[in-house]
Design a binder for this molecule. Structure first.
Ligand code: PHB
Length: 370
């Protein structure tokens, strides 16, 4: 049987990937309180190097951008040094890894902010739900609306984080413009009620995310910058009155900048892969570059979608948590380890680096049966 395209090499811009699977960005909350990755991070990413491309867990560009306890950052020298160990390990094993640039905007809490200040956002609209702090879950509070004069400073934070990611040896960065975080908050009319140049029309609401993207591209280059969007996901109660028109327009603008890839979460992030009510193909038609599909992929769906050209790259999230050698298992049809939700966030190596890979003997046995 000819090898499926999913398992064949793929040239993503300047990056030669060993296959078309991608390890999705996965928040695991195991860094220090100062956002420094530990040795277990090195081991965790090294174990998952069978992915054609690894996207790092969402990584804070500043303390202000932080919304969850023990998430890593990319703003201090100590963080850069620690991430360098991760990228070295991935490269030693022949893998590729990009860093996801994260600013959560209003999805935070004063306990996680510098000096206990209110989180910042496009507008003072309080999110639903609770923030994950070191002292447990706490209700979100009303954020402070960013002044127009402050926006260049936030853009500069993205630029610094991009330079740091490059210095830390990453193969590129992904601009997180999804899941109800800062850039998505600017895009949506439920979270952006500004009356200046950054609010109101779709063109105005896209302005800040595009300024960020342009600055990140200027700081590195377009061949090292991907973008992630989640057109229908409502996290923290973020809403949008016309998702299709907004995201069609946004993808047209993204396309003009020719980023490395477009990463699209199809359906509710981490949940239902219900694609009804949104035309994802309309996005694909508007984007000339590589299209990365995400959400609810299993081997069958990923093989089909890559084979048919529906997507260029297929992301796996939770399956990569519990199966370090996921790609080998998918390729030979070996059984998959179940994941344990209790150890997704926080803690140590338990539920992080202790999921077993197949032994050589098991691998040979399943390969023969395939
Ligand atoms: C999460 O921690 O649940 C999380 C983080 C980043 C995302 C989505 C979810 O983009």
């Amino acid at each position: 049987m000819a090898q499926k395209k999913l398992f064949q090499p793929y040239d993503l811009g300047p990056l030669h990937l060993s296959n078309r699977t991608v390890m999705a960005p996965l928040t695991r909350s195991r860094a220090t309180s100062d956002g420094v990755p530990k040795d277990i991070h090195v081991e965790y990413y090294r174990q998952r190097v069978g992915a054609g491309l690894i996207i790092s867990e969402a990584t804070n560009i500043t303390v202000e951008g932080r919304g969850y306890a023990w998430t890593p950052g990319i703003f201090s020298d100590e963080q850069v040094t620690a991430w360098k160990k991760v990228t070295d390990a991935v490269h030693e094993e022949g893998g590729k890894i990009v860093l996801q640039l994260w600013h959560v905007g209003r999805i935070s809490h004063p306990d996680l902010q510098p000096g206990g200040q209110a989180p910042v956002a496009p507008s003072a609209v309080k999110p639903e739900g609770k923030a994950f702090t070191e002292a447990g879950f706490k209700d979100h509070e009303t954020p402070r609306a960013l002044e127009e004069a402050e926006l260049p400073r936030v853009v500069a934070d993205y630029v610094k984080a991009t330079r740091n990611a490059r210095a830390a040896g990453f193969d590129g960065v992904e601009v997180h413009s999804a899941n109800g975080y800062l850039l998505d908050q600017f895009l949506r009319d439920g979270t952006n009620t500004r009356t200046d140049r950054y609010g109101g029309s779709i063109e105005n609401r896209m302005r800040f995310p595009l300024e960020v993207l342009d600055a990140v591209i200027a700081a590195w280059d377009k061949e090292h910058v991907g973008v992630r969007i989640s057109p229908v996901t409502v996290m923290g109660g973020s809403s949008e009155s016309d998702q299709q028109t907004l995201f069609n327009a946004y993808v047209e603008e993204l396309n003009k900048r020719k980023p490395l890839y477009l990463h699209v979460i199809e359906g509710q992030t981490g949940g239902d892969r219900d694609k009804d009510g949104f035309d994802y193909r309309a996005l694909r038609e508007r984007f000339d570059g590589p299209y990365m599909g995400n959400n609810g992929y299993d081997a069958k769906l990923a093989i089909e979608q890559v084979e048919s050209g529906e997507v260029d790259l297929a992301c796996f999230g939770k399956l990569f948590i519990s199966n370090p050698d996921l790609v080998t298992r998918l390729e030979i049809g070996a059984p998959l380890n179940d994941w344990n939700k209790d150890t997704f966030y926080g803690g140590d190596e338990k539920g992080y680096t202790d999921y077993p890979s197949l032994t050589a003997e098991e691998r040979a046995r399943y390969a023969q049966a395939a």
